[in-house]
Each structure stands twice: as structure tokens, then as C-alpha cells.
Design a protein around this ligand. Structure first.
Ligand SMILES: [Zn+2]
Length: 150
């Protein structure tokens, strides 16, 4: 897995750090037939939420590629690049964030696990802001708790 951080943007008001991450492998293998390929017909961007860094929500703008499969007998003619150590295909969060949320849920059950994850600043999606009071010394300036928090 080769990823490169190409840039970043810090939004102090939203307490969010956005990383511009690009895949740099020159060749990938088709997920169906495992044939290596380097033909890129198009690119796409995925937004992933990662573990928080202190009071900051971390968001990745992951710039991936679509590839042609060159094997003539393969049913998959085009496929999106996979990032198996980063995120599941079509996931909106990194594997490590998903793992921690799952651990909270398994240890405490649904509602209490969700509360602990929220308290630890583990956002479940980009549209759900981290709660005030979670994550670090600057957390208090982010405003009142979100409406769903008790
Ligand atoms: Zn293939």
C-alpha cells in the first residue's frame, strides 16, 4: 500500500483537519482475477473519517483511481482501486475508526457504546459533528453539545 499526503487543510472553526491523500502504486491487481494492470481510465475521490487527533476531527479526501482489467476472460472490465489496510470498499470511515467503534459497541452494548464512542470523539460520519467536551483542551470552544447527546 502506497499512499501519499499531498496537502492538508485545517478548519479551526469546525475543528477539522482534512488530508488530501493520493494512491501512488503504479500497478494494482484486479480484485477478481488478480491480473496486474496500470491502465487508468478515470479517477474518483472518497471521503473517509479517521480517528480524531486531539480536538480535531480527521477527514481524508482519498483520491483513488479506476483501472481497466486487461485479462480478456475476466468478467470485471473496470474496477476501483482497493485500500484493504485503510478502509473497506465504499466505507465512509477508516478501518481503525470502525474497529474502535465496534469495540465500544461490543464492550458496552448499543446505546452505551455509542455514548462512549461519542464521548471519545469518534465520529460515525462526516455529517455528525464531534461532541463538545470530547477530545482535548480546545474542545470547549466548539460550542454546546449536539442535539442527540444526553
Ligand atoms: Zn480481472
Amino acid at each position: 500500500m502506497t499512499l501519499s499526503v499531498q496537502g492538508w487543510h485545517l478548519d479551526e472553526t469546525a475543528a477539522q483537519l482534512t488530508l488530501q491523500v493520493t494512491a501512488t502504486r503504479p500497478r494494482v491487481c484486479c480484485p477478481l482475477c488478480q491480473t496486474p494492470t496500470s491502465r487508468v481510465p478515470s479517477r474518483y475521490t472518497r471521503t473517509l473519517t479517521d480517528l480524531p487527533w486531539g480536538p480535531y476531527t480527521i477527514r481524508w479526501q482519498l483520491h483513488g483511481r479506476k483501472f481497466f482489467c486487461d485479462h480478456p476472460a475476466c468478467a470485471r472490465q473496470i474496477f476501483t482501486e482497493r485500500f484493504p489496510t485503510v478502509a473497506a470498499p465504499w466505507a465512509r470511515r477508516t478501518l481503525r475508526l470502525a474497529e474502535r467503534l465496534r469495540a465500544c459497541g461490543l464492550a458496552l452494548g448499543g446505546e452505551m457504546g455509542a455514548r462512549l464512542g461519542h464521548r471519545l470523539g469518534l465520529r460515525t460520519s462526516p455529517s455528525h459533528p464531534a461532541p463538545a467536551g470530547a477530545g482535548g483542551p480546545d474542545a470547549a470552544r466548539r460550542g454546546p453539545p449536539s442535539a442527540g447527546r444526553r
